[in-house]
Design a protein around this ligand. Structure first.
Ligand code: NI
Length: 201
């Protein structure tokens, strides 16, 4: 019994350390993102959309991109953030048409085109889901400074594994340049207000 409690305690500490590490990473990156160096965020990518079409960042020129990186099997954070993105766009009225919501998978192994197709429609009729080869996903995640990794808490043979990943909503301008990030938990009201202010400029 004591050994079991010990194991649970160790597991909890390991979990806390990992959570603290991710939190630190998020804060550090948020600071970098909001204090300059903006040119370093974003850039060219080639991915496959949820209809199976190969796309690049150039396909979205002329519209602001509102981008979230996650995975469709995410039990909590991703659905919450995608719902917030969608609610924000709904609040913006006609101006929302100048914004393209994008969901980029960090789990290309499971997030197939067919699977993404079912998923993005749950959130917004205009949301585009993007996936690709592991290398394509690695490159776009690197360009946006997105951290992602298979959760160490999931067994190697567990097909229901979890992914750890950073959680920001990125706003890019109509030329694909970085504008700002919204941290996880930002309200639809805040997101809508700030996007509206940005796209009017
Ligand atoms: Ni998630």
């Amino acid at each position: 019994m004591k050994a079991r409690i010990f194991r649970i305690a160790i597991a909890s500490v390991v979990g806390l350390v990992i959570a603290a590490g991710i939190a630190w990473w998020q804060v550090r990156n948020a600071e970098q993102m909001t204090t300059g160096g903006t040119a370093a965020i974003g850039g060219p990518f080639q991915l496959v959309d949820h209809t199976g079409r190969t796309v690049t960042e150039a396909d979205f020129r002329g519209r602001h991109m509102l981008i979230y990186f996650g995975y469709t099997y995410c039990p909590d954070v991703c659905p919450t953030e995608l719902a917030a993105m969608s609610a924000a766009l709904d609040r913006m009225g006609a101006a929302a048409e100048r914004v393209q919501p994008l969901f980029i998978s960090v789990d290309p192994q499971r997030d197939t085109v067919a699977h993404l197709s079912d998923y993005v429609g749950l959130f917004h009729p205009r949301m585009v889901g993007l996936t690709g080869t592991p290398e394509q996903v690695r490159d776009v995640a690197r360009a946006y400074r997105v951290y992602y990794a298979r959760s160490p808490g999931s067994a190697p043979d567990d097909e229901h594994y979890l992914m750890d990943h950073s959680s920001f909503i990125y706003l890019m301008d109509a030329d694909g340049r970085f504008v700002q990030v919204f941290p996880a938990g930002a309200s639809p009201e805040t997101i809508a207000e700030q996007i509206t202010a940005r796209i009017q400029g």
